[in-house]
Design a protein around this ligand. Structure first.
Ligand SMILES: Cc1cc2nc3c(=O)[nH]c(=O)nc-3n(C[C@H](O)[C@H](O)[C@H](O)COP(=O)(O)OP(=O)(O)OC[C@H]3O[C@@H](n4cnc5c(N)ncnc54)[C@H](O)[C@@H]3O)c2cc1C
Length: 175
């Protein structure tokens, strides 16, 4: 298995949490080496994945946005694409984008007390190869739902017909 380099810190996930974590890490610990490991080929997580009409935040963006980059959008409850743009802009402005390794899914993480080291097994989704990477501190920012298998709380959902699908698929993906 190909071994990539060792980092002081690895952040898993390039969603709103991962980009925020990277900002604070590089501000407070500028000497620490780090990378962000992202399974998809895009920044934004939730806000890149969901594109259905009308998607927006549930809470106000002054609360949900970064303290170090206050929300300046015109809407308090922002649309999904405005939030995505905000995350992308933040990553670019603070030179975080170049730290992201895209298309690498973390399959497993193993801790060695002897070496004080995490070793991660990664899957490169562009060629199916597995590789490993290591770090001393692992920061999980990988969200809270399954990106591949949405949660389906109701049985026999087909009985309800076409009408309820949009609402249910939204509910189903937010477990
Ligand atoms: C319609 C909608 C409205 C919402 N409104 C609000 C709101 O108003 N306020 C609020 O606080 N929250 C809201 N949420 C919840 C929202 O998901 C979170 O606020 C926030 O976007 C989660 O960010 P995150 O970075 O933690 O996770 P995510 O956005 O899920 O990002 C996680 C990232 O980690 C990557 N990842 C996951 N597993 C792996 C792996 N094994 N290896 C490598 N990479 C991996 C994913 O690809 C993804 O890019 C809303 C969600 C939805 C769907």
């Amino acid at each position: 298995m190909l071994k990539l380099e060792n980092f002081d810190v690895l952040i898993i996930g390039a969603g709103i949490a991962g980009i925020g974590a990277a900002y604070h890490l590089q501000q407070r610990c500028p000497d620490k080496s780090y990378a962000i490991i992202e399974a998809r080929q895009a920044i934004g997580g939730t806000w890149d994945l969901f594109r259905y009409p009308g998607i927006r935040s549930d809470s106000d963006m002054f609360t949900m946005g970064y303290s170090f980059k206050p929300w300046s959008g015109s809407k308090l409850m922002a649309s999904g694409d405005a939030i995505l743009e905000y995350i992308q802009e933040t990553a670019a402005e603070f030179q975080i984008t170049k730290k992201i390794r895209f298309n690498l899914q973390v399959l497993a993480a193993e801790w060695s007390s002897l070496e004080s080291l995490w070793t991660l097994r990664l899957l490169n989704s562009t060629n199916g190869e597995q590789l490993s990477i290591s770090c001393n501190f692992l920061h999980m920012c990988c969200g809270y739902y399954d990106y591949h298998q949405p949660y389906a709380p109701l049985r026999n959902i087909g009985l309800f017909g076409e009408g309820c699908r949009t609402a249910l698929s939204k509910l189903g993906r937010r477990r």
